[in-house]
Design a protein around this ligand. Structure first.
Ligand code: TSX
Ligand code: MN
Length: 594
């Protein structure tokens, strides 16, 4: 391989000696290489090629039924002090974990090929980008990384002989004995799975799972858990946020970054199609934002990824037409159903399906009494294929962020949109983000699941220190802090109807947000923040009954006070590491509600 990077070569040699693969292949990043890998996987039965006429250059994979999602209870932050990982992470002693995992890694690639994937998170050469190298024995990981990141020789070139890179080691944890036949989706049992982060040395070790966030180490492991540590040390931000550009009828651009817990439709919002005349929306990213203060004092964001790794079920021409069109070809599908004409299908897709092979490989009909696609089935598709991808999505300088949006899934209490009173109040809003748990017992009412900044599973250090970092960034941004908003698309009426149509109609809320950012309109101050005055939210062409709209915008002081009790209990978990400024926000909110 054409690299003279001694530290990289030494690391690869060291891993090879430990894992003992049959062979080593460096990934160049060409389409020929991609096709060859896919061809090999079709031959071994790991992949199914989809009907070329319906979905060219696209493939279906079925995972092992036990290896279908991120494994949070097997995800570890291995730093020196337990307190630095905080109460929301699984801490483990780095030396002890390395001993355990070294034993697992020893000989773990026997009978397999070890792939070396140099990759860039962010456009190659951007000052905001970071380089990683993933070593893996999973060809499925290689092809997914080729879509999700920039890989191969051009990355090695950018790395040079002394550049910094983040070593990411991955194995499915299933060595093959001499003559042993492989399975379609090799992986290790749950108690042997480890998704390990060593933030003190920017190192990632993953063992035992081939799935998504456990195995595509550039995404959650590097771009969020390790990057959040680097960002705090270096004074930037690594956030679980979509990035979009809104363009108003006058051609003025607004850039928004938004963080939502799972099941709020983040990818749908990232590819929003505005329903209001003259407004356009473009996608820059759907999952992760890396942001840095530039020379002009403003905050600029890049999307470190190059593709979308999205939840398939529920994605349709109704909920997200731009995502559907992104998947027209050159895509990978995992745990979706296979139709009789060689295409994919999932629950919530437009149109029914009479017969399919389900995600486990079994015969399926609607009468089978089970789902055809796994609820966490995924698509992997190049971002460049999105019809509304922003022309600046790979701009190495990033885009200037005008506003942050937080949110959650709340059928009660939280109104459609509020604007933070100031930056500190906005940090409080982000820290208090919560969704109702779907599995709440009927008699206990709705239980809240807090997911601060949608970073609960992704903050690679103590969440309380993370809040302090937000305040510190706010101080540095001064007058140039983005405005902060909180939205809730999911409020229902007392008789259980959705009060807000959601989806493309959310553009009406985004319009108000842009008008507030511009300073074009005033707002009504409420105890929980600024809200649209009567008539300010553009409802032209919608027929929402006045009573419904009033309910959607209602601020119930008692209910909000109860929420604050829950919030206070939540903060107590973090002890005296909680920034005083955050506690002050809680007290201020209480006073306003009294
Ligand atoms: O993604 C969603 N968004 C954001 C879109 C940009 N979903 C799907 C959530 C699961 C991932 C939504 N669901 C949204 C929403 O704004 N709102 C709702 C609730 C809802 C569902 C259906 C209707 C209205 C609201 N209407 C009809 O079905 C006709
Ligand atoms: Mn995500």
């Amino acid at each position: 391989m054409k690299t003279a990077h001694q530290r990289l070569l030494a690391w690869v040699a060291e891993v090879e000696a430990m894992c003992q693969p049959d062979s080593v292949e460096w990934i160049h990043g060409s389409s020929i290489e991609y096709d060859r890998l896919m061809q090999r996987m079709v031959e071994t039965g790991a992949a199914t090629r989809l009907n070329r006429n319906r979905r060219p250059n696209s493939y279906l994979f079925r995972s092992d039924p036990s290896d279908v999602a991120r494994v949070e209870n097997r995800t570890f932050i291995a730093c020196t002090s337990r307190e630095d990982a905080g109460p929301t992470n699984n801490w483990i002693d780095p030396a002890e974990l390395k001993k355990t995992m070294t034993a697992l890694y020893t000989g773990c690639m026997k009978g397999r090929t070890m792939y070396v994937i140099p990759f860039s998170m962010g456009p190659i050469g951007s000052p905001l980008s970071r380089i990683g190298v993933e070593i893996t024995d999973s060809p499925y990981v290689v092809v997914n990384m080729q879509i999700m990141t920039r890989v191969g020789e051009r990355v090695l070139e950018a790395l040079g002989e002394r550049g910094e890179f983040i070593p990411c080691l991955h194995s499915v944890g299933a060595p093959l004995a001499d003559g042993q036949e492989d399975v379609a989706w090799p992986c290790a049992p749950m108690e042997q799975k480890y998704i390990a982060h060593f933030p003190d040395e920017n190192l990632i070790w993953s063992y035992g799972s081939g799935y998504g966030g456990n195995a595509l180490l550039g995404k959650k492991c590097l771009a969020l858990r390790i990057a959040s540590n680097m960002a705090r040390r270096e004074g930037w931000m690594a956030e679980h946020m979509l990035i979009l550009r809104l363009i108003n009828p006058q051609g003025k651009r607004f850039h928004l970054a938004a963080a939502f817990p799972s099941a709020c439709g983040k990818t749908n919002l990232a590819m929003l199609q505005p329903t209001i005349p003259g407004w356009r929306c473009e996608c820059i990213g759907d999952d992760i934002a890396w942001m840095k203060i530039a020379a002009d004092g403003r905050l600029y964001a890049i999307n470190p990824e190059a593709g979308f790794f999205g939840v398939a079920p529920g994605t349709s021409m109704k909920s997200n037409p731009m995502a559907m069109r992104t998947l027209d070809g050159n895509s990978i599908f995992t745990n979706c159903a296979l139709t009789d004409d060689g295409d994919i299908w999932w629950e919530g897709m437009d149109g029914p399906c009479d017969h399919a092979i389900d995600w486990k490989g079994d015969d399926w009909t609607p009468e089978s009494g089970k789902v055809a696609a796994h609820p966490n089935a995924r698509f992997t598709a190049p971002a460049a294929q999105c019809p509304v991808i922003c022309e600046d999505w790979e701009n190495p300088a990033g885009v200037p962020i005008d506003g942050f949006i937080f949110g959650g899934r709340r059928t009660q209490v939280v109104p459609l949109v509020t604007e933070a009173l100031d930056f500190d109040h906005g940090v409080f809003m982000g820290a208090m983000s919560a969704s109702e748990t779907t599995a709440a017992a009927l008699d206990v009412g709705q239980k809240l699941r807090r997911d601060p900044f949608a970073m609960l599973p992704f903050c690679g250090y103590n969440m309380a220190d993370y809040w302090a970092h937000w305040f510190a960034m706010g101080d540095r941004l001064g007058a140039k802090t983005p405005k902060i908003f909180y939205v809730n698309w999911f409020r229902t009426s007392r008789d259980g109807r959705w009060l807000w149509p959601g989806f493309g109609e959310n553009s009406r809320v985004l319009k108000w947000i842009c008008q507030r950012i511009e300073g074009a309109i005033a707002a009504r101050q409420t105890p929980i923040g600024q809200m649209p005055r009567d008539g300010d939210l553009d409802l032209e062409g919608l027929d929402i009954p006045a009573e419904d709209f009033a309910e959607l915008m209602e601020v119930d002081r008692r209910a909000f006070n109860d929420d604050l009790d829950d919030a206070e209990e939540y903060l107590a978990r973090f002890g005296d590491r909680v920034p005083k400024r955050l506690r002050a926000q809680l007290e201020a909110q209480r006073k306003r509600l009294a």
